[in-house]
Design a protein around this ligand. Structure first.
Ligand code: PLP
Length: 356
């Protein structure tokens, strides 16, 4: 028998979550964000399950090429655009759309025109100060793009820094509106959090990522309440049981000390599988469907679970690290990170089982 750890990927949950996007933003086209190997779920299986999306967004040319070679026909947007002149020919060949966020990219389009016209998403830096033209440069950049024979359809976009937080999107939305009002171009602003919280930001294209995978981007709303279903369930089994006397320690460094006699289970999942090493004692998981917690340090291939309140748990008992019944957001929160990082970090050695 093989090691009991696996990631179950529920493709019907992906379709359900795209439906949730449609219900929330019925008037917008949906560009499914499937960068980082579909947030760790496998880019091709995600694209196939989301074949009803109006477009896909990725980061690398390799990801986009993988999709085109597999027969994906929708628009594919490169979220960081192109990085040099050599990228332009394959981008044109694969018929990709590009984010243009920097003056050098416009210079390249002018001086090394691709063999066919490229559709462009011109990006405004409305306050996040990551990618995009500043307000004072935006008009000139747009004017320049309009003149270039290398440019096909133009869309306008920005990205929000705090759509899931108190600060919200107000200031950034005002900046975007002030610069784009009345212009005859489709616009794209909303990530999952903005899609869920700010209908006024839906515009022509929404760009959901995390919500498609069934995790809530909002601290105050659970995924289930939002009609989302977890796509990835990381599950394993107990492979050993230990009985501890008071004062005995668990794992590397002995950071957990048993306060009383207790039973613990050793779970076949560790940081080499993508489980966060910095998850402290108390990080939630399920054993035999019952809530439990990790004990001590996470090792490379194993972690330990508290079986104090689960007397029926034995070697072979099922464990859910995250997914169905154990929201990945809760595990991430306990580990001081976000669901995105846990999902993206699923290690290639973890076998995947698709469910339809
Ligand atoms: C990753 C990304 C998204 C998706 O964000 P989520 O929070 O996962 O919905 C949308 N737009 C851009 C520009 C991104 O980089």
């Amino acid at each position: 028998m093989s090691r009991p750890l696996q990631a179950r990927i529920d493709l019907s949950a992906l379709r359900n979550n795209l439906e949730a996007v449609r219900r929330r933003a019925p008037a917008s086209r949906a560009m499914a964000v499937i960068k980082a190997n579909g947030y760790g779920h496998g880019i091709l299986r995600v694209a196939r399950a989301l074949c009803g999306a109006d477009g896909f967004a990725v980061t690398t040319l390799e990801e986009a090429a993988t999709l085109r070679r597999a027969g994906v026909e929708q628009p594919i947007l490169l979220l960081e655009g192109f990085f040099g002149a050599a990228d332009l020919a394959p981008i044109a060949r694969y018929g990709l759309s590009v984010v243009v966020h920097h003056r050098q990219q416009i210079e390249l389009l002018a001086h090394v025109p691709p063999p066919t016209r490229l559709d462009v998403f011109l990006k405004l830096n409305s306050g996040m100060n990551r990618l995009g033209f500043r307000e004072r440069e935006f008009g000139a950049a747009l004017g320049r793009l309009k003149e270039l024979p290398a440019v096909g359809d133009i869309s306008l976009m920005t990205h929000f820094a705090s759509a899931e937080e108190e600060g919200g999107i107000g200031a950034q939305l005002d900046v975007f509106k002030a610069l784009t009002q009345g212009l005859p171009y489709p616009c794209s602003l909303a990530n999952s959090a903005a899609l869920l919280r700010y209908p006024e930001a839906h515009a022509d294209w929404v760009r959901p990522g995390i919500m498609l995978y069934g995790a809530s981007p909002l601290a105050e709303r659970a995924a289930e309440e939002l009609g989302l279903r977890p796509v990835m369930t990381l599950e394993s089994e107990i492979i050993a049981v230990q009985r501890l006397a008071p004062g005995e320690r668990v794992g590397y460094g002995g950071t957990f000390v048993a306060p009383a006699p207790m039973r613990i289970g050793v779970v076949a999942c560790g940081y080499a599988d993508g489980y966060p090493r910095h998850a402290p004692t108390g990080t939630p998981l399920l054993v035999e469907g019952h809530p439990s917690r990790t004990l001590g340090r996470v090792s490379m291939d194993m972690l330990c679970a508290d079986l104090s309140d689960i007397p029926q748990a034995v070697v072979g008992s099922p464990v859910v690290l995250w997914g169905e019944g154990m929201p990945v957001e809760q595990v991430a929160h306990a580990a001081g990170t976000i669901s995105y990082q846990l999902l993206c970090a699923l290690a290639p050695r973890v076998p995947v089982r698709e469910e339809h």
